[in-house]
Write a protein that binds this ligand. Structure first.
Ligand SMILES: Nc1nc2c(ncn2[C@@H]2O[C@H](COP(=O)(O)OP(=O)(O)OP(=O)(O)O)[C@@H](O)[C@H]2O)c(=O)[nH]1
Ligand SMILES: *[C@@H]1O[C@H](CO)[C@@H](O)[C@H](O)[C@H]1NC(C)=O
Ligand SMILES: *[C@@H]1O[C@H](CO)[C@@H](O)[C@H](O)[C@H]1NC(C)=O
Ligand SMILES: [Mg+2]
Length: 383
């Protein structure tokens, strides 16, 4: 070893001895430089004492709710399977970031099978809000015994042959019937009045800087949508006829100044297939729970069309809102940028898009696509 090599070793030795001497004699020096402390700093652990610069709390801190002086009696509701975990996480992450971190509304997740512990753990970690997981009672989900299974099978086979989406699926039919007539009767849902329906793998493209529930409560609204479109006629061949029969049986239930004109061009004779896309809904469950909708759902259910055809909860809810609420109780939320594959509603009115810091392309909004009923809605509401 040459002289300079020896010199470097000597200096290193002195530094190391000094470090140990200081570590033993000065506690704070030891803490500031110990290996474990350096490691925790690098890994971002929270052990270091807070400094002024650390008083930024970040998303989800209780103080995020300080801006909100009033909340509605409301919850999110998500129907999902255990296999929907990753899509459900993505949807909750987005609604939290764009809205709920400031509002702290609870979540209810429902499933006809028990959610796994892993599912519950990975959903609950996403939000400081209350999250409840519910099992759907058997009689709210499965095909009732009085359904003629031969007839139902024949109809499913025909729909498969005709290439109708979900035409062969019984579970899809259970889901549509559950969403039409049962989700608001689940014990975990009964304690709320308002709900916001969310599905796995949807997107919220804009900041939502107002409370849609409070808005609806104050304006006496019943049902809100972001996307409206035509239904596949083959899934509901006899639905409209039953709706007409029901309305004739119960004229007292039909609202004055209703929105039937949005769904029929000839005074209710023929259904134009327009409906609100129910994978997004903000609505008043007291409307579904009331005597009118209860009678309507029971009437339709007794016809068996959820199984003999493939009635969706979207046309069932939409037609009910259009018939039994007045037209100004139905709300279109332009400012809520929303996507459920393959369609996106991107805000267009005023400066909603800028204000919401939206990530969607307004030029690719579904609103005025040929398959959308939005222009019909605009015309109807301007009348
Ligand atoms: N627990 C449970 N949830 C279901 C079942 N089928 C569908 N769902 C949920 O019900 C909602 C609607 O189902 P989707 O499969 O998304 O139906 P859709 O929106 O008409 O069709 P997609 O275009 O495939 O999204 C989603 O929240 C699903 O997670 C089921 O068998 N069990
Ligand atoms: C929230 O903020 C207030 C004032 O900004 C502060 O006094 C309070 O301690 C904070 N609450 C929590 C839980 O940190
Ligand atoms: C919320 O609404 C439900 C259903 O209307 C009702 O039973 C419940 O008492 C309400 N809760 C509060 C706190 O108002
Ligand atoms: Mg879906």
């Amino acid at each position: 070893m040459n002289t300079s090599g020896r010199y470097i070793l000597l200096v290193l030795g002195i530094i190391i001895s000094l470090h140990y001497l200081l570590s033993f004699t000065h506690e704070s020096y030891g803490r500031a430089t110990s290996l474990s402390n350096i490691k925790s700093t690098l890994l971002g652990s929270q052990q270091a004492p807070p400094t002024v610069a650390d008083t930024y709390y970040g998303f989800g801190h209780p103080n995020d709710t300080l801006a909100v002086d009033r909340r509605a009696n409301a919850t999110f509701v998500i129907l999902a399977r255990n296999s929907d975990l990753s899509g459900t996480i993505r949807s909750i992450r987005e609604i939290e970031d764009r809205f709920n971190r400031k509002y702290r509304y609870p979540y209810v997740l429902l499933n006809e099978e028990e959610f796994t512990d892993d599912f519950k753990k990975r959903i609950s970690v996403l939000t400081p809000s209350t999250v409840e997981f519910g099992l759907i009672p058997r009689e709210h989900w499965f095909q009732p015994d009085w359904i003629d299974e031969d007839r139902a099978t024949k109809s499913r086979n025909k729909m498969v042959a005709d290439n109708i989406i979900y035409g062969g699926s019984v579970s899809y039919r259970n889901m549509c019937r559950f969403n039409s007539g049962f989700f608001f009767r689940h014990p975990l849902m009964e304690k709320y009045r308002w709900y916001w329906r969310i599905e796995p793998d949807v997107h919220f493209h804009c900041d939502i800087d107002f409370d849609p529930f409070v808005y609806m409560e104050d304006k006496n609204k019943v049902y809100a949508f972001t996307i409206t479109m035509y239904e596949y006629e083959a899934t509901i061949p006899t639905l409209w006829g039953h709706v007409r029969d029901f309305a004739k049986l119960h004229p007292e239930y039909v609202a004055e100044n209703n929105a039937m004109g949005f769904m029929s061009e000839n005074g209710g004779e023929k259904y134009n297939l327009c409906h609100f896309w129910s994978n997004f809904e903000v609505a008043d469950m007291n409307f579904w729970r009331g005597p009118t909708y209860t009678a309507f759902f029971e009437y339709l259910d007794s016809k068996g069309g959820f199984y003999y055809e493939r009635w969706g909860d979207a046309p069932v809810h939409s037609i009910a809102a259009a018939l039994f609420a007045s037209r100004d109780q139905i709300q279109f939320f332009d400012e809520i940028g929303y996507e459920h594959n393959p369609y996106t509603h991107c805000p267009k009115l005023g400066n909603n898009w800028q204000k919401g810091r939206c990530s969607c392309d307004p030029a690719r909004s579904f609103d005025y696509d040929g398959y959308s009923c939005m222009s019909k809605w605009d015309r109807f509401m301007d009348l």
